[in-house]
Write a protein that binds this ligand. Structure first.
Ligand SMILES: CC(C)(COP(=O)(O)OP(=O)(O)OC[C@H]1O[C@@H](n2cnc3c(N)ncnc32)[C@H](O)[C@@H]1OP(=O)(O)O)[C@@H](O)C(=O)NCCC(=O)NCCS
Length: 146
């Protein structure tokens, strides 16, 4: 667990699952992987549930998924805090690449600020299903690998 300026960031627990699912669905993000990946989710709370994000390991690379903040809390830094907390989990795991497959292409600049670069689909090693969605893959090299 980590507390940043009154925001609690921690691993998701079973009790968080309903809130995560509702939030992802309301933001039109996929939820099919939630049950099998609850352990890979983190959540943010500021008195109430604010947002979530997930980092999954696939064949030696990380995939960032389901980074989502409740609409009334957006633009206040929660998404960045969740992202940084997830990256802390990633550093030191002997994995140097993180991929995100954008369902909403308007978020390219959000991810670019953290160093992600857009890549061709053929360069993305993660092929798990994203039914009916034309995703835009982006890649980040973790420089502080330990
Ligand atoms: C993407 C998302 C998690 C960002 O969360 P947030 O709490 O609003 O983000 P932050 O407040 O930490 O924003 C950090 C920076 O990113 C920028 N940013 C936030 N949302 C952005 C967007 N949609 N497009 C471009 N830039 C964005 C902010 O302006 C801010 O920049 P600043 O530091 O210069 O002010 C949130 O918009 C969200 O939940 N979107 C819907 C779900 C979604 O599509 N998730 C992506 C799944 S791949």
């Amino acid at each position: 667990m980590c507390i940043v300026k009154g925001v609690i960031l921690r691993k998701a627990q079973v009790k968080d699952k309903k809130g995560i699912r509702t939030l992802l669905k309301s933001s039109k993000l996929q939820t099919w992987y939630l049950d099998d990946n609850l352990d890979n989710f983190v959540v943010a709370y500021q008195r109430e549930f604010v947002g979530c994000g997930c980092l999954c390991l696939h064949d030696g690379v990380f995939e960032l998924r389901g980074l989502c903040v409740r609409s009334s809390f957006r633009g206040k830094g929660f998404g960045s805090k969740l992202f940084k907390f997830l990256m802390k989990k990633a550093v030191g795991k002997k994995v140097s690449q993180v991929f995100v497959r954008l369902e909403n292409k308007k978020l390219v600049s959000f991810y670019e600020q953290f160093g992600f670069k857009t890549i061709a689909k053929s360069q993305c090693p993660i092929k798990t299903k994203m039914p009916g969605i034309n995703v835009l893959p982006m890649k980040l090299f973790l420089k502080n690998k330990q």
